[in-house]
Design a protein around this ligand. Structure first.
Ligand SMILES: [Zn+2]
Length: 265
């Protein structure tokens, strides 16, 4: 499989240095993720296609840094199809006619084929694309080298689903993850296991805070994220909420209005 990284040229507070998209070259040139429509991204895509026609764009999930470039690509490359797993109520933000992906779909791409792996958690429609032959996974936002992935609370985020997605990808035993942010991940199993351990540690901290008498999200966040910057505070609160919602579903935390308690009611 020949996959060329193409930067989406969209640095910003939410995307860091910006997104990587990947062009799988061959008979069916396939772009993984649409980026955000930056003209320089489209120019690089044109150059990498070298006169070939883009067959399709596979979008890993509906966050705008991955999907919003679809319209600009469609305007410049009218033959391309656009595929993503549906996210009801969100996909019509863009004018392209989406073809619905489903878990397990095998999509011809380049001179090979990619398998759709539904990996919800970071977003409900999140998919990874698996190239079994080379054990390479196009990871979208499942994993980012050197940091953790933001998993918001409901609606949209689902921490329990995210942990399940990590386990599922671990079971594939990838040798390489090509993510949408940051460098390629050459030791995916170690990173995914660190992620699982990290979330388990956070969960213990949330339970300890609850047990120690912190009953509201702000108080729990203050205990766990002492000294966090104002800029990061909303994400810290959201992370705590995501943990509490998971514990609630498991019957390990109870919510009454804004007040949380450990254990059964
Ligand atoms: Zn995302």
């Amino acid at each position: 499989m020949k996959a060329v990284p193409l930067h989406a040229c969209n640095p910003g507070p939410m995307t860091g240095e910006g997104n990587w998209t990947w062009l799988v070259q061959g008979r069916a040139p396939t772009l993984i993720d649409a980026g955000a429509g930056a003209p320089r991204h489209l120019d690089a895509l044109d150059a990498a296609l070298g006169g070939a026609r883009l067959a399709q764009v596979l979008v890993t999930h509906g966050h705008s840094d991955h999907a919003s470039g679809a319209d600009a690509i469609a305007a410049r490359m009218p033959d391309a199809a656009f595929l993503k797993l549906p996210w009801p109520g969100r996909d019509d933000r863009w004018r392209v006619a989406w073809t619905a992906l489903a878990d397990g779909d095998v999509i011809p791409a380049g001179d090979t084929a990619l398998t759709v792996v539904h990996t919800p958690g970071h977003a409900p429609d999140h998919v990874c694309l698996w190239h079994a032959e080379s054990r390479t996974l196009f990871g979208g936002d499942l994993a980012i080298a050197g940091t953790t992935v933001y998993v918001p609370a409901a609606p949209g985020g689902d921490l329990a689903a995210y942990l399940h997605s990590l386990e599922r990808v671990l079971a594939l035993d990838p040798v390489r993850i090509l993510p949408a942010h940051g460098p390629a991940i050459d030791d995916p199993a170690a990173l995914l296991r660190r992620y699982l351990a990290h979330r388990l540690r956070r969960e213990r901290q949330v339970l300890a805070a609850l047990g120690g008498g912190a009953t509201e999200v702000d108080a729990i966040t203050a205990r766990i994220y002492a000294g966090v910057s104002n800029e990061l505070l909303p994400r810290a609160r959201e992370t705590v909420t995501a943990h509490l919602e998971k514990l609630e579903r498991e019957g390990r935390a109870v919510r009454r209005g804004e007040v949380w308690q450990a254990g059964q009611p």
